[in-house]
Ligand binder design. Structure first.
Ligand SMILES: Nc1ncnc2c1ncn2[C@@H]1O[C@H](COP(=O)(O)OP(=O)(O)O)[C@@H](O)[C@H]1O
Ligand SMILES: [Mg+2]
Length: 298
């Protein structure tokens, strides 16, 4: 168990886990990320927000080596993430979920989690072929751990169900279990509450807090602003690939640049929500962005 976030930040020198420096990514003529710099400390639930198309998922894809940035670097516990291959990212201790769920749909829930676990096993290909004693013992341990993780995310009773038959919210939780199976130091979640109703979102919020309390730092892309503001201790706001604001949620949500990005030029809190680039997002009376329900996009 690690101390809760408040305790981490009460310390004068919080421990840096990830330092991204001037990351830039271009798609043809589109500058999707422009010199994005930020730091995540151990124990953070670090929020990443911004209107649709702001570059949030692109940033995840750069951090996890799915995209190679034109410039910039990212130090994660001594690893230079941008120099690693995608399959090395999880070994380094960074696991993620996807905005569009990526499960092995025809495999059971437990098998999906066991696959995540295999990067931490030692038997190797020869062991898998011969199924020697060590391999069998290891397989048993993997299966046991996978059951524990399904229980942990609250879907233990679904272990033998085929992944694609699970309700949407359970599939999102299964993705989290599979990511946790790699034993990450940093868990990156891309819109985990998308498509969830209010009670499912509340359960998810408790799960994310539990994950943080159990020692895993969290990086969270989320459209549900109530969730972000209630859960995160730091927030980074992207807009058109640039850092618009960074700081504590209470400061960020009052930042005029952030309010304008969510409501459009000259809005000053009075534009109709339909004009927002962030479709469906409105600001409440305190100036906090509130999303009544975001639909998933690629
Ligand atoms: N593989 C790609 N090829 C071309 N353009 C892309 C690609 N991925 C993302 N983009 C563009 O980059 C911008 C940022 O996209 P994205 O990171 O998905 O935004 P967000 O996750 O903040 O909604 C968008 O304009 C999007 O269309
Ligand atoms: Mg996205």
């Amino acid at each position: 168990m690690i101390p809760a976030t408040e305790n981490m930040h009460a310390r004068s020198m919080p421990e840096l886990l990830l330092v991204a420096s001037k990351l830039s990514k271009r798609f043809g003529g589109l500058q999707a990320l422009s010199e994005v710099s930020f730091s995540i400390c151990k124990g953070d639930i670090y929020g990443l927000i911004g209107p649709n198309g702001a570059g949030k998922t692109t940033l995840f894809n750069v951090l996890t080596s799915l995209y190679v940035p034109e410039s910039g670097s990212c130090n994660f516990m001594g690893y230079q993430l941008t120099r690693l291959k995608p399959h090395q990212i999880a070994v380094a201790g960074l696991a993620r979920t996807f905005q569009n769920i990526r499960l092995f749909g025809n495999l059971s829930a437990i098998e999906n989690v066991m696959i995540g676990r295999h990067i931490r096993t030692r038997a190797g290909v020869w062991g898998a072929i011969t199924r020697n004693k060590r391999t069998r013992t290891e397989e048993h341990a993997i299966e046991q751990r996978a059951h524990e993780l399904l229980d942990y995310v609250g879907i233990g009773h679904r272990a033998n169900d085929v992944a694609q038959s699970l309700p949407y919210g359970d599939q999102r939780r299964l993705e989290i279990a599979r990511a946790l199976a790699t034993e990450p130091a940093l868990l990156a979640l891309d819109e985990p509450a998308a498509g969830m109703n209010a009670s499912e979102t509340l359960v998810l919020r408790r799960l994310i807090e539990k994950i943080r309390d159990d020692g895993v730092t969290v990086l969270l892309i989320e459209h549900d602003m109530k969730l972000v503001m209630g859960l995160c201790n730091r927030v980074l706001v992207l807009d058109y690939g640039k850092v618009l604001a960074e700081g504590r949620p209470t400061d960020v949500q009052r930042n005029p640049k952030v309010i304008e990005a969510y409501l459009g030029t000259g809005a000053a809190g009075h534009a109709p929500a339909s004009q927002a680039r962030h479709a469906g997002t409105v600001l409440n009376q305190a100036g906090a962005a509130v999303d009544p329900g975001n639909k998933d996009k690629s």
